[in-house]
Design a binder for this molecule. Sequence first.
Ligand code: PXL
Length: 282
Amino acid sequence: MHVQKKALAVHDISCIGRCSLTVALPIMSAAGIETSVLPTAMLSTHTGGFEGYTFADFTNELDPITAHWKTLGRKFECIYSGYLGSERQIDIVEGLFNDFAGENCVKLVDPVMADNGKFYSIFDENFAKRMAKLCSKADIIIPNITEACFLLGEEYKEGPYSESYINNLLEMLLSLGVKGVVLTGVYYDDYNLGAASVVAGEKPNYYFRKKIDGYYHGTGDVFGSALGSALLNGFDLADSARIAVDYTCNCIERTNREQTDIKYGVNFENEIPGLLKLLKII
Ligand code: PXL
């Protein structure tokens, strides 16, 4: 009998702009995972590239919701957190790890807070310190290079990077106390871009695809959702990182061909059949 895996995705809802929950829910559901959601906030759009967006903070809703869930006895095989709007919400995710992690649960934390050497609008060093503590409670963390530096209190450096610089970052991230790290936005030259992954006690793996210029919004969430889907479908961390890089790049390449406004995110929808092939579901 097929036993369907259950995941909980903890992100905001950005109503327009294809990121966070509007990406995580469809991707993980399509991958056969029963995906529940805990929305941390609702914004009219995401915060990158739009003026005048609204932000309704759901922090006060979260405890009553999880109190109800406790009466149901639900447990999850993956708890995947992304964009969190405040330090209080980080505390709540730690509580979820304690209360809702089933056996062999993958606690997957994307420390969404920065890119290209800069914090996103509402985040700062204090948030990064608190996020580093949450990461230490996770199994797998998936920072980009900027987030990795900010988590570690290291100065951000622009690439291209050397393999030894990347390996050093991976080691420092592992020493936060996690089982595995996938570092995104890795490049050794101007032509290829990808991810480096490492499991504690093992050698790192790297996977690259041809770089496409431009800042495609929400791709970190496309990547994280595909990675979580691959892990729950039984792939190891290196294969899951490869699948997530391939799917994300396929979405970017398609969006680039279609010439849509990239602040609305990537066309991940039409690439879902391709993801299911990568996952060997079809
Ligand atoms: O994709 C990350 C993300 C999620 N949610 C919101 C964001 C961002 C990145 O900027 O603004 C609201």
